[in-house]
Ligand binder design. Structure first.
Ligand code: UDP
Length: 328
């Protein structure tokens, strides 16, 4: 079975490629290396460097390779940046996906699993979030992912192309042997920033707002371990391979942690003081996002195995200690 992984050099994509290869899949990676790292791509994957918006390039890959299914991670994914540069997000995420779907249709490739996001929900009134709740994105990133979901729905309707949209909550941690991990430039995500502060690479963690309507005033998120998240993608591929209908699943751990709780957990894991200072709120941040992953459990037979937040942070810490400058 041969899987095309779009964005396979990114944080999440590289873990997917690694797990797929270890499970015996043949893997073809496409990545423009704009944010991904060549060093993070498993040596047994076939790599094509290029942009998913370049239709001729994508057609060339589909011509050369046998592709049984696609996993699509190639997207811009920063909430704050998306508020400032919405057109960049619609271009890369929506237009890029359109090209992929066009080429899939042209070559008769029917199955696609792709990364969607909790940001499609906006700020729901009830927690935990279930897939039937209304979608009402509060930032262009979430809007672009919702548009991608809708494009796939209509491609299913017209061409019988089946998809699984996986709505991620906050993905965290690294492979347990610390060989691959999270390396963004610039880094904007909470856990890497906390750990860079622990390593003395930053002066302090800036906490984006402590006046939210949450018990300690800081935002609450649901952190899901990267290797567990990837296991859900493989379960989704199997699900589609068996001829099941298109579907949407939340992937989270059903538990929320505030920014302050994450900081405290990281202090315990690292044994470092980790200075922090409260800053103004960040644009586009909902106060609380916690998943119900019951649907993934009942239909994909998936549930996270690593749920202890300190254990998750420890895997990220091992990665950061072993790669203080990331992949450089
Ligand atoms: N956050 C923070 N300081 C940082 C980075 C993030 O307080 O330097 C907060 C952010 O406001 C959000 C949570 O940590 O409430 C998780 O943010 P992240 O960017 O990691 O993921 P997101 O929830 O935006 O996908």
């Amino acid at each position: 079975m041969s899987i095309l992984v779009l964005g396979g050099a990114g944080y999440i994509g590289s873990h997917a490629v690694d797990q797929l290869i270890n499970k015996g899949y043949e893997v073809i990676v496409v990545d423009n290396l704009q944010t991904g790292h060549k060093q993070s791509i498993h040596e047994n994957a076939t790599f094509y460097q290029g942009d998913i918006r370049d239709k001729e390039f994508v057609q060339e890959v589909f011509k050369k390779e046998t592709i049984n299914g696609v996993i699509h991670f190639a997207a811009s994914s920063l909430v704050g940046e998306s508020v400032e540069k919405p057109l960049v997000y619609f271009n890369n995420n929506v237009h890029g996906t359109q090209i992929i779907l066009e080429v899939m249709e042209e070559f008769g490739v029917k199955n696609i699993v792709f990364s969607s996001t909790a940001a499609t929900y906006g700020e729901p009134k009830e927690m935990p979030i279930v897939e039937t709740m209304p979608t009402n994105p509060e930032n262009p990133y979430g809007e672009s992912k919702l548009m991608m979901e809708k494009m796939m729905k209509w491609c299913d309707n017209a061409y019988g192309m089946r998809y699984v949209a996986l709505r991620y909550f906050n993905v965290a941690g690294a492979k347990s042997d610390a060989s691959i991990g999270e390396d963004h430039d610039p880094e904007t995500h909470l856990i890497p920033i906390i750990l860079q502060t622990a390593l003395g690479q930053r002066e302090y963690l800036g906490i984006y707002g402590d006046d939210y309507d949450t018990p300690d005033g800081t935002c609450i998120r649901d952190y899901v371990y990267i290797e567990d998240l990837i296991a859900a993608h493989i379960a989704a591929l199997d699900y589609l391979e068996k001829g099941n209908e298109s579907n949407i699943f939340n992937l989270g751990s059903n538990t929320g942690y505030s920014v302050k709780e994450m900081l405290e957990a990281a202090r315990e894991v690292t044994g470092k003081e980790i200075p922090a200072k409260v800053l103004p709120r960040r644009l586009g941040d909902p106060s609380k996002l916690v998943a119900s992953s019951d649907k993934a459990k009942s239909i994909l037979d998936w549930q996270p195995q690593v749920t202890d937040i300190k254990q998750i942070i420890k895997t990220a810490w091992d990665w950061h200690v072993n790669h203080p400058k990331g992949y450089e």
